[in-house]
Design a protein around this ligand. Sequence first.
Ligand SMILES: C[S@@+](CC[C@H](N)C(=O)[O-])C[C@H]1O[C@@H](n2cnc3c(N)ncnc32)[C@H](O)[C@@H]1O
Length: 408
Amino acid sequence: MKYMGGKSALLRGSLGDLVLEEAEGADRFVDLFSGAGSVGHFVAERAARPVLSADLQTYSKVLSAVIVERVRSLEQSLVISSWLAAARKQYDDDAVVARLRIEETVLSAHSVRVARQRASEVEGRRLTRHYGGHYFAPLQALAFDHMLSGMPEDLEIRTLALAAVIRAASACAAAPGHTAQPFQPTGTLLPYIRAAWKRDAFGEVQRQLDALAPRHARVRGHARVSDAEAVAGTLSEGDLAFCDPPYSSVQYSRFYHVLEGIARGGWDTVSGAGRAPARGDRASSDFSRRTAAVQSLTGLLQVLRLRGCQVMITFPDGNSSNGLSAAKIVELAKAQWHVTSTLVDSTHSTLGGRSEDARGGRRKLKEAVIVLRPKQGMIAVAMNTPPATKDGLNAGSTASRLSEAAAS
Ligand SMILES: C[S@@+](CC[C@H](N)C(=O)[O-])C[C@H]1O[C@@H](n2cnc3c(N)ncnc32)[C@H](O)[C@@H]1O
């Protein structure tokens, strides 16, 4: 699946070896910025270690959970095949289908406008109303609506179904690899809309199910929606914390609100050309704020140091639009950690960001893989602090105690 900053390609190279090597020495692998879930999946399928995955976004929890929380194959699941067959039947029987079908063989700007209008009039189907004629052909959106309306009850199976729908929606979207805004029906972009709208939503979901169902973790782990620092406050010495924080000053929630909407069963309302929910409904991260990213990473490192865990960080080599860089991270860490940094080849999406990023494209660069091992002198200080509560709420206060102790 395409995901900005996603590590699936890099894991096939030396990043994969480095991650597995570190994971073998840990009791648990903790992916603190799990995104599309590729790192957690990689470790869960290969190492006999539980994986804990966390991210601010609900779709990310689903995409991680589908592998890290499951220890059996669902390849032959009758529940899954009946769910998809029932959704297909409901769709075939839905009277709205005839109204939403686009008759023209060649899609035009006019037919896109008509499709949008008709989809917006459909009652009781949120994805069709909100995204039909924009990100998806009206009938693709209707198919997704029917899939979501009859989800299996069993949590493990429902997670598989939902992850397949989210990944299929990402593959079908008439948008440039993310869902900040759909393609508009201009002369240049109409062929892309046409190609995206031609994809069979049921076929794409089946393809995702075929790929995901046989895969599972070796040991059961857990995925949650949570802030990285809150989770960090609950960790302990045996944990390896993997950090792949944002590198852009643009919020991830701005780029993936459609996937988030699907994961949450649709938004109440959406607006604008991007068909986005209100800004207040979207997760917001200080790691994606130029004025706050360095401070956020400093705070996270302090908590991780306090908890005594091993840490692995991946970050683009060079300056990023949120003001962080691999060099800056090494600089922040070296007082309290033994630091080793390895450069691996990478390409990065610019997230359509400003400043030093070339707008809207991808650029080749190196990715730094930074491994931090706690310096011995600091461990006694960390061990004198009380354990974090289950939800990590005392993480901030213990972090500041560590800084005070280090300073004195
Ligand atoms: C570079 S992406 C991670 C990509 C991931 N490693 C993968 O392979 O798909 C960064 C992720 O951090 C998440 N994020 C941003 N701020 C966060 C925070 N404070 N706590 C947890 N996750 C956060 C974003 O939602 C995004 O999914």
